[in-house]
Ligand binder design. Sequence first.
Ligand SMILES: CC(C)(COP(=O)(O)OP(=O)(O)OC[C@H]1O[C@@H](n2cnc3c(N)ncnc32)[C@H](O)[C@@H]1OP(=O)(O)O)[C@@H](O)C(=O)NCCC(=O)NCCS
Length: 179
Amino acid sequence: MYTGKKVRLRAYRKEDLSLRLSYINDPEILRTIVSDIPYPLTLQEEEKWFESISALQDTYKFAIETLDDLRFIGGCSINDVDWKNSTATIGIFIGDKTYWGKGYGTDAVNTLVSFIFNEMNIHKVRLTCYALNERAIRCYEKCGFVEEGRLRQEIYKDGRYYDKVAMGILREEFLNLNT
Ligand SMILES: CC(C)(COP(=O)(O)OP(=O)(O)OC[C@H]1O[C@@H](n2cnc3c(N)ncnc32)[C@H](O)[C@@H]1OP(=O)(O)O)[C@@H](O)C(=O)NCCC(=O)NCCS
C-alpha cells in the first residue's frame, strides 16, 4: 500500500469490481481510456481481468482509495516496463466523477511515479494521452510531465481525428520537484 496526501494505492479486491465496471463503462471515461471501439465491458470480462492481476510481474494495477473516507474512486497502473532502457509506462482513471478537478488524480499520479522511481529504480516514466483530454494533460503537467511529441491524427473519436500526446518525466526531474 502506497500513500499520498489524498489517496493511497492498494491492491484491487473482488468487491471493487462492480463499481469499477460502472466507472469504466461511463462513456465519458471510456472515450478517454480506450482507443478502439468503446463497447461496454461485462462483469465476466472484469472478473477475468481481476484473475489476471498478479504481484509476481512487472506490470501492476492499483486501486485508488481516498484517505479520508476509504472510498474506491479509480485505478492506476504500470502498464509496461522496459528494464534495459529503464522506462515504465503508466495509466490512470478516476472513475467517480464527483472527485474530478480536486487534486485526487494528481496525488495518485505522484504516488505512483514516486513508487516507480523509488522502489523500482526506473529512469523515466512515460505515458500517452489523447489531445482531447485537456484535464489529464493538465494533471500530468502538474506532476512534472512534459510533452515529448505528438502522433498526428492518431485517434478517431466523436466523428473526428485527434492527436495522441506523448509525455514523460525523468527520475531527476521528479526528485527535484519532490525533495
Ligand atoms: C485525468 C484524471 C486522472 C485527472 O484527475 P483529477 O483528479 O480530475 O485531476 P486534478 O484535479 O488533480 O487536476 C486536473 C487539472 O486539470 C484542470 N482542468 C480540468 N478541466 C480542464 C480542461 N478542460 N482543460 C484544461 N485543464 C482542465 C483542473 O483545473 C486541474 O488543474 P488545476 O489544479 O491547475 O486547477 C481524471 O479526470 C480522470 O480519470 N478522467 C477520466 C479518465 C482519464 O482521462 N484518464 C487519463 C487517460 S490519459
